[in-house]
Design a protein. Structure first.
Length: 95
């Protein structure tokens, strides 16, 4: 197994870039909407029905990867869910 990390804020990797990988981990699904001071948490910890995959993705991106034999895994979390560093105001993990 060889696992690739795909940050949903980054440009989507090309088919050639993911060709050697067996798994692609998409980071991150979150349960908030962004706000500059403190993110707006969903009290039910629900994620949006459409999770951003990567910049440049379209409706076929994940199915194309799967058709190429890749296992696609969605990671839940990220710094905006609530960090453990001094001054961080986000607390979505509390829900």
């Amino acid at each position: 197994r060889l696992i690739a990390y795909v940050g949903n804020w980054q440009t989507c990797p090309s088919a050639q870039q993911v060709s050697a990988y067996s798994h692609l981990v998409i980071a991150f699904a979150v349960s908030y909407s962004y706000s500059s001071w403190k993110n707006n948490c969903n009290s039910q910890c629900a994620i949006a029905p459409s999770v951003p995959i990567c910049n440049g993705a379209d409706a076929n991106t994940v199915s194309d990867w799967q058709a190429a034999g890749k296992k696609v895994i969605l990671s839940f979390g990220g710094a905006g869910m609530g960090g453990s560093w001094l001054g961080d105001q986000n607390n979505c993990w509390d829900y």
